[in-house]
Design a protein around this ligand. Sequence first.
Ligand SMILES: Cc1ncc(C[n+]2csc(CCOP(=O)(O)OP(=O)(O)O)c2C)c(N)n1
Ligand code: SF4
Ligand SMILES: [Mg+2]
Length: 307
Amino acid sequence: MKSEAPLKEKKEKKMKLSLPAEELMHSGNLACQGCGAGLAMRYVLKALGQKTALCIPACCWSVIDGPFPYSTLDVPIFHCAFETAAASAAGLKAGLEMVGDTETTVVAWAGDGGTFDIGIQALSGAAERNDDILYICYDNEAYMNTGIQRSSATPYGAWTTTTPVKHFKNRPKKDIDAIMAAHRIPYQATASIGYPEDLYKKAKKAKDVKGTRFLHIYAPCPTGWKARPEDTVKFARMVVQNCIFPLYEVEFGEKYTLNIKPREKKPVDEYLRLQGRFHHLKEDHIKIMQEEVDRAWERLLRRAEAQ
Ligand SMILES: Cc1ncc(C[n+]2csc(CCOP(=O)(O)OP(=O)(O)O)c2C)c(N)n1
Ligand code: SF4
Ligand SMILES: [Mg+2]
């Protein structure tokens, strides 16, 4: 019995996050059980605070928020057309400045489909002009809101309704972070809902930078991944430990900082095994995925260590 008390204490200590208690996102929202996108918004708003305005294009989040006049968020939202998140945010920021508001953080909040594919032209334009916006992509690796279609963020091997098992996706995920780095914007980072403190820190840092900032947040979707809702946070930690989704920052497209270097790099197998979208994969496919992850990880290490 003696050893149980310290063990319990240790467990509770481990679970305690150092994020502010104030919530700008409330219960009663329409996210599915275990939705990573919900957690992403909750953590980001803790960092950005009340003086925030969101531009949200068509995506799960335009539904999660609730039907007008209800809203789960305590900040204003402009629901914009799918391809216009960055342009709408840039316009909103310019408009606010015209009326003397220089403080509000204007955020374009879009899914991977709205970022990697459909909104990439507006995003590239805003980044090239260095418009003063914070662009946040919550990445659930498919077009979820319309029923799980493949996007260019969908990883190799994944099942979606447009990449059925016999024709699973045979192209790798697009490297949006490299594309953004090529724009030499002042600040960009990857983050995961499995590491809330790291995510919070990056959102806070991004808030205070002037110019275009880009946050790419890994946000599992149990519904679209055919996975258990209770595994959402587990996946979001696994991808950092197996280097599928490393956490790093880039300043001006040049200075790479690696935030978490796993002590022991885990293989990708277990992560794949827990998700129905990968159940059809054979050993050879997993080998291809592992090799791709290894190559990308080595590339990132070289960039970060070259500083
Ligand atoms: C121009 C246009 N094309 C297609 C749609 C239909 N549509 C609405 S949401 C959505 C999926 C969005 O996917 P993503 O950006 O990844 O966000 P998620 O739903 O995964 O959160 C699609 C295809 C639309 N609203 N407008
Ligand atoms: S479909 Fe996925 S991303 Fe959309 S609300 Fe449900 S869990 Fe969240
Ligand atoms: Mg998506």
